[in-house]
Design a protein around this ligand. Sequence first.
Ligand code: ADP
Length: 195
Amino acid sequence: MNVILLGPPGCGKGTQAARLQGKYGVIPLSTGDMLRAAVAAGTEVGKKAKAIMAAGHLVPDDVVVGVLAERIAQPDVQKHGFVLDGFPRTVAQAKSLDEMIEKRGWKLDHIVEMKVDEKALFARIDKRVRETAAAGGPVRADDNAETLKKRIVVYREQTQPILPYYAKAGRLKSVDGMAPIDDVTRQLEAIVGKG
Ligand code: ADP
């Protein structure tokens, strides 16, 4: 099974992707995590992405598509399917994904938008920073109010146009991302549980 979770930064995609893995075995693929790993490892991709990410802008489509294409070719994804979190983020990425999937003879089974109130996002990111810092973990370079504002604007301008792209093809479903975490999980399971 292949699933895409769409929604603004801090809407809970990563949390729900992990839960879908727990229940269905699908592999969570976060391009944000992949890029952060590349930055930490100092690879060519990481060098290109570092400053762009810290500023809250989007890493160029060709770079991110390359990273994702490499990852979906791995055996675990071939075997278990994926739940995408943070990709696609532009219509061009959505089109590249459609091509990659078609070439492999796969399909996108569920494309789900997590709808949230923008005001809640600031409070959530604030909480994530406080919890990470309290646990002694490294706080993400882009987890601060200023960069989050930028990421939300980028989401509105570049990522939201994906919604009509999928809706037009009759492929888009949605869940209420403002509900408690377990409720969101139940809503998602009601969608993907149908197979
Ligand atoms: P969040 O969902 O909290 O905004 P992510 O971890 O998904 O965070 O992404 C962090 C940053 O990584 C983004 O702001 C962007 O710079 C970069 N990034 C991640 N995925 C993509 C993508 N598909 N296209 C372009 N840039 C990306």
